[in-house]
Design a protein around this ligand. Structure first.
Ligand code: AMP
Ligand code: MG
Length: 369
């Protein structure tokens, strides 16, 4: 320990000396000489890593893509190059999956063109179609004609008349989409919207990229879709704030490692007419904005694609169906915030979940298996 007249060691050097000394003694007693030499080399390395500065180099970027502001942060590894690649990847995926960009692969598909699918488009379509089926059509990527009729793609909002809506609903049915190999076949008039899953899929791809670049940890916020690699640089789980749908503050915090935290809510995009609020998440069974009593749905899952797809689908289902659906799977947890401010979480995140406000002030329930 530093005493009078003796300068304190820099924390890093001190750390190595103290730990190395202690462990070496222990090994002298326990190990044969040959193994000792090997292990002490390995130990020295391990200790060096353990005693490296607690925050590895941080690399960060912000960009506007997929209709939203995105932040990317990576720690360690080939961070700078990885960030440049990450931005390229996002722009590439946007260029494939955008409904409105006339040069995108999805745009061509929606025009009925025969396109040899890129592996990314095929992968996201496969995952999305499987989830359309699994959610019984609460998620339906063929919702596009209806989304467009409400004006959510252009911002020219309107309440479509019922006849127009029923005509459009005839075209909404994910089961009509045929995906075989790299060929997608859409019947006349059927059009796909990947808005409910594209950012989640992008998150998965970014995690893969950062992992391959050797990053120790990373964090991306794709306009409300958060996904993290590893734990935070100080070794603790990442703390993710869940927005209060009624305000600018956080309603709660969830702690995660290697997971996606994705929120869907009508507050993200909506318009008001004659005192009624119309949100951008459509119930495919009615063609109307989903009105299931929920203000927002947050899904926590290792898969960004799953989290994104299910945040949309469970918003459509409403609290009771959402809980039933959750009981049938084991790969995600949820946080439901009701229009009345009540909070319902699934038991898997009970220990990693906390309110940011006063606990007593809201109704709170844990759903169990
Ligand atoms: P998210 O913000 O992930 O909940 O996705 C919402 C977006 O997905 C909307 O803006 C629409 O483009 C699209 N969408 C709306 N309703 C549905 C639905 N029931 N199934 C699939 N996509 C939908
Ligand atoms: Mg979604």
């Amino acid at each position: 320990a530093p005493g009078p007249g003796r300068p304190a060691l820099p924390p890093r050097a001190g750390c190595i000396m103290i730990l190395h000394g202690r462990l070496k003694n222990w090994y002298v007693k326990e190990s044969p000489m040959k193994r000792l030499r090997l292990t002490s080399a390995a130990l020295a390395l391990a200790l060096f890593a353990a005693c490296a500065p607690s925050s590895p180099e941080e690399y960060s970027a912000t960009l506007l893509a997929m209709d939203t502001a995105m932040t990317l942060t990576a720690y360690g590894g080939q961070g700078e190059a990885a960030l440049a690649d990450a931005q390229d990847l996002i722009l590439d995926l946007e260029g494939l999956l955008s409904t409105t960009d006339q040069n995108s692969e999805l745009y061509a598909l929606n025009q009925g063109e025969a396109v040899a699918l890129s592996s990314s488009t095929r992968e996201v379509l496969e995952e999305a179609l499987a989830l359309c089926q699994d959610t019984g059509g609460a998620l339906d990527i063929t919702i596009y004609p209806v989304v467009r009729a409400w004006g959510f793609t252009t911002g020219q909002y309107q309440v479509p008349d019922d006849d127009a809506l029923s005509a459009l609903l005839e075209r909404v049915d994910y089961a009509q989409v045929q995906l075989t190999g790299d060929t997608l076949t859409l019947p006349e008039g059927v059009q796909i919207d990947l808005g409910a899953v594209a950012k989640g899929y992008t998150g998965d791809r970014l995690m893969e990229l950062f992992r391959q670049a050797g990053a120790a940890s990373a964090y991306v916020n794709l306009g409300g879709n958060v996904q993290v690699l590893g734990s935070s640089p100080d070794g603790d789980p990442w703390r993710i704030g869940i927005r209060d749908p009624e305000g600018e503050d956080y309603a709660a915090v969830v702690e995660v490692t290697d997971q996606a935290v994705v929120t869907s809510g009508a507050y993200e995009r909506y318009f008001e007419q004659d005192g009624v609020r119309y949100g951008h998440i459509i119930d495919p069974s009615t063609g109307y904005p989903a009105d299931s009593g929920l203000a927002s749905v947050t899904i926590v899952s290792p898969s960004g694609t799953l989290a994104d797809a299910l945040s949309t689908a469970l918003f459509v289902m409403g609290p009771d169906r959402a809980a039933e659906y959750w009981r049938g799977r084991d790969d995600f947890d949820f946080i439901l915030i009701g229009k009345d401010g009540s909070i319902t979480i699934s038991e898997g995140i009970e220990d990693s979940f906390s309110f940011s406000g006063e606990q007593g002030s809201v109704a709170f329930e844990v759903v169990r298996r």
